[in-house]
Ligand binder design. Structure first.
Ligand SMILES: CC(C)(COP(=O)(O)OP(=O)(O)OC[C@H]1O[C@@H](n2cnc3c(N)ncnc32)[C@H](O)[C@@H]1OP(=O)(O)O)[C@@H](O)C(=O)NCCC(=O)NCCS
Length: 222
């Protein structure tokens, strides 16, 4: 059995525990060592039956253990990459966790550090670069690419040939048409519809149906 530490003891971390349990029910692959979390109030406590065994800096004490990150924040998107960079600098390895209910078509790439929650679908030739997080029931059509450290909320629907840049946060229920580019470090708000490339917006925040820059959205709706 391989050992696993989950970075971040919150709701997404709990979901990762459930993914691990589902994987283990099929092939008994993982033993969870604990959570690492920088919140001092959680130190030594148990969360969903798993102990918080230290802070992120303590990753260095576990050179033989695999890691996975549950940390994502729509308004502080860079945090996910920063934690990946720190833990990688310690020489630690990341795991790849795919819920057994996910449907993975042919020639799909899922790189290390990725988490795929229950009922996701990945079409032919889809690619998840390193450290991508898909919440439940995301549909990623053929040849769509999610660059490193991207987070998708629940029920995101991306059509074919889409490229989501590094560090983006795509809110729950977002949909996109095909052959779209979303520039790195972009937030797409819950429920938005992407019908054109999301680029050249200095605030990097898009909202509404169709998705428009936040400043424009506020001007139109106030
Ligand atoms: C964009 C986002 C970060 C804004 O959150 P926030 O900064 O807390 O903003 P608030 O909720 O205070 O809303 C501010 C205003 O924007 C509006 N607003 C917020 N999100 C909106 C959305 N997705 N579409 C339309 N309007 C929205 C609110 O109605 C509010 O308007 P008001 O000032 O006229 O009352 C948030 O809506 C979002 O999309 N978060 C992603 C969450 C997510 O997908 N989680 C996935 C979990 S699996």
């Amino acid at each position: 059995m391989k050992q696993l530490i989950i970075l971040g003891a919150g709701g997404s971390g709990w979901d990762i525990v459930s993914i691990v349990n589902a994987i283990n029910a099929v092939n008994g692959e993982w033993e969870i060592v604990g959570f690492l979390d920088d919140n001092p109030a959680l130190a030594g406590k148990e969360f969903c039956g798993v102990r918080v065994v230290g802070t992120i800096d303590d990753a260095v004490k576990y050179p033989k253990v695999y890691f996975v990150s549950s940390i994502a924040n729509p308004t502080n998107r860079i945090i996910r990459r920063m934690i990946w960079d720190k833990v990688t600098r310690f020489g630690c390895e990341f795991a790849t966790l795919v819920h057994p209910s996910a449907i993975i078509y042919d020639n799909v790439t899922i790189k290390k550090g990725c988490v795929v929650n229950a009922n996701c679908m990945l079409g032919n030739g889809a690619c998840l670069e390193e450290d991508v997080h898909l919440a439940y029931a995301c549909n990623i059509a053929h040849e769509t690419v999610l660059k490193s450290h991207v987070t998708l909320g629940t029920g995101v629907n991306l059509s074919s040939g889409v490229v989501i840049g590094e560090d983006c946060y795509i809110g729950a229920g977002v949909s996109s048409t095909h052959d779209i580019t979303v520039e790195p470090d972009t937030l797409v708000a819950v429920g938005a519809a992407i019908i054109d490339d999301l680029v050249n917006n200095s605030m990097k925040m898009w909202i509404g149906v169709p998705a428009i820059p936040i400043k424009e959205y506020i001007r139109k709706n106030r």
